[in-house]
Design a protein around this ligand. Structure first.
Ligand SMILES: [Fe+2]
Ligand SMILES: [Fe+2]
Length: 261
């Protein structure tokens, strides 16, 4: 099966890119399932019921999240009610919502989608290595087709976690930095990996925001208003081809698709 992962959808430009480009990507790559990170989909900060609905309506099957999870108050309703929305697994026990979901479609084996968050240079949640290992063992009783969005800052943490999971999951793709890396590969055990998928939104920017206020912030150390940028919109992520029986990845291809004007 072919899985498209769409990296962090940033605000209205990102949502617009998904809506406009997904039908053509579905055709071109014969996609069976689409997963997208939605942590920046509402004005760049968090996710709302409306933006989630818009992303699902555009053809996304499962939405993952990250450190911007709590930016919008109404996320609690999404966490409680929306089975297609998952948050990092390694929040403390008792946190609303779920860290994984099983996606099923007629004619396809079930696919487990998992979301976890790193701890290096980020808020320290529970240890993602232990949390993910336990969850993967549990999910493998249902299916060997497992996809993980690992939302983390440090490349070392992402590579280490993905290497630990080699042979246990189909693919690990990193998110959070908003800068797409060029290290896509399949590890010896059959796990596809990309350290960061990039982001979906305006790339004439500093990771999605207008350039000048960010430079001013670094120059002055004073808070600025960071508006969402508007130009050079790309849909970024990767397509992973997964063997339906073994769950091993057979190909991974980076995506960086421009939204024509
Ligand atoms: Fe993030
Ligand atoms: Fe993000």
């Amino acid at each position: 099966m072919n899985l498209l992962f769409i990296a962090d959808i940033v605000a209205q430009p990102g949502r617009r890119a998904v809506k406009a480009l997904l039908p053509r990507l579905k055709q071109r790559h014969a996609l069976d399932i689409v997963v997208a990170n939605g942590e920046n989909s509402a004005g760049g900060s968090g996710i709302t019921i409306k933006t989630a609905e818009e992303i699902f309506a555009a053809g996304v099957d499962i939405i993952t999240c990250g450190d911007h999870l709590w930016d919008q108050k109404e996320v609690t309703e999404l966490l409680e009610k929306e089975k297609r929305f998952i948050r990092p697994l390694n929040y403390p026990a008792g946190t609303a919502g779920q860290g994984s979901a099983i996606f099923s479609r007629d004619g396809l084996p079930p696919v487990a989608i998992l979301n976890a968050q790193g701890r290096t240079f980020m808020q320290a949640l529970e240890n993602p290595f232990h949390a993910v290992l336990a969850e993967v063992e549990r999910l493998r009783k249902t299916t060997p087709l497992i996809f993980l969005d690992f939302h983390a800052e440090a490349t070392s943490e992402k590579v280490a976690l993905a290497r630990m999971l080699d042979g246990k999951v189909s693919a690990v793709i990193g998110t959070h930095t908003h800068v797409q890396t060029a290290d896509e590969q399949i590890f010896p055990g059959g796990t596809a990996f990309l350290c960061d998928g990039g982001f979906t939104g305006p790339h004439e920017s500093v990771i999605g925001r207008e350039i000048q206020p960010i430079i001013k912030r670094f120059l002055t150390n004073q808070p600025q208003k960071f508006d969402i940028a508007t130009q050079s919109i790309l849909l970024q992520g990767a397509v992973v081809e997964i063997d339906n029986f073994t769950g091993r990845a057979t190909a991974i291809k980076r995506i960086s698709e421009p939204l024509g004007i």
